[in-house]
Design a protein. Sequence first.
Length: 505
Amino acid sequence: ELPELFAALGTEGMGGAPPGVPPALWASMCKKRLEHMHESNHLTMPQREEHLQKRHFHVPGRGRRVLTLQEDPTGRFGGSCSSGTVLWPAATALIEHLDAEVEKSCLNCRVLELGAGCGAVGMFLSIFKGCEAWLTEAPEQLPLLARNASENSPDGLDLQVAPLKWGDAQALEQLVALGTFDMIVGSDVTYRPECLSDLLSTAQQLLSRHGRFFLSFQDRPGEEAHLEAGLQTSGFRPLKRLTKAAKLEGQEEVQIVIIELCHAGAEPEVIRPPQATGNVEDEFFRLTGIRPEPVVVPKREKPRAAEPKPKASFKERVVKDLLDRGMVDYLGDVDEETKSKVAASAGYPLSMLQRPSQQARLDEAMAAAGEDWFSSKGKGPNVAEPAEDRPQESEEKSAFSKQGLVLKCLDGLDWELQDTEDALSVTVTFTHELWLGLCGVSGGTAFKEAVSFELSEEELRVLHAGSVVLDLRLPATVDAPNASASVSNRKMRVAVKAPQISKGT
């Protein structure tokens, strides 16, 4: 089987084994690979996916930057045992180096990754640096590469996957037609000396005149020497060489060599994101051939800070609280300045606070003690007269028989009593100021819902939110169960009519 085996691998006999590899070991490796390829060809897609392993690679540096990579260490998913199916330390070291070399938001930078494998380097430049990245790999490796690109960039971004075999003239012609690249990267792609010529020739054709070519590889015996020999005839010249230590989880630390190259007859340009408006327009014209119209951004004036509202004093807060609760009668004497401030802040008319002081009320009651308070319309509670100035008993009974006796009446409440031969009618009207003051108790409830009345044979009570606002002793006994009443929202009026049982004396 060995002649057919080596013929399939492109070698002739045992002489095709790599230097330093025993022939028996080389033959065993080749046979094992063919067994894997044969087994993979008979697996369904779900069975192939079971062999994938997920790795979360945390990019060193500030911020939480993570790449999620699907690896195929057994080669069952892609049907190949290529080394490009897992993440290697050379890729992580190159990512760390490019993180410092490439600035963020380089939207005008086109990047090509050769031998992308899992695609870690190109995806890092696309996702975290904003570059337009093309990931290329051999055709048999594309399913795994495309899967990783799709998982890390669900929105697509500027991330493309394309087949490319080094030295393939047709594939190179298609890529060159899309434009050259500002940067080419490759990690662990120089371990096969027989492929170095095609690798360098491919990069030579795809790299722009002032572009840069980054290579990283593990420091293996003889690998760098073969690369230096190939560079002498490639048209590239080295710009920088450095070594970095790299380590993957569960593996030993290794030394990685990173080499930066450029065209032999040109100076490389450092790709930086455009800063000024003119630079952005020039870059847009270079990429699209369209010169955008200048954009004039108007200057924004700094908004002025709003002047802080003066804080209400303790007295003003107490007055407003009593006013909101409909307890104006409890205010007592309030100076005019406080009245004006509270009325302006609460939105109430100033007349609501124009109440006479307690002393003024007492003086007014004493002065009006001898006057006749039983007029056709009563406003306010009747005040008891002093005994020495009290009229004769017959006159008091006559007045009481006409209008009744007011036991309680809030200021601003108008009432009228009409006494006919067979019925008594009482109309109670709330003034606007009184209703506005009472709204603090009912919370702005409708008049019909807030106002009610109680009628007995000798007394009528009008209530607001359960509190008595008018208590009237009737001049005659009425038939309360057969009384009729109406409540008007619009007029804020309560009208009660009850048939008389007998006239009071």
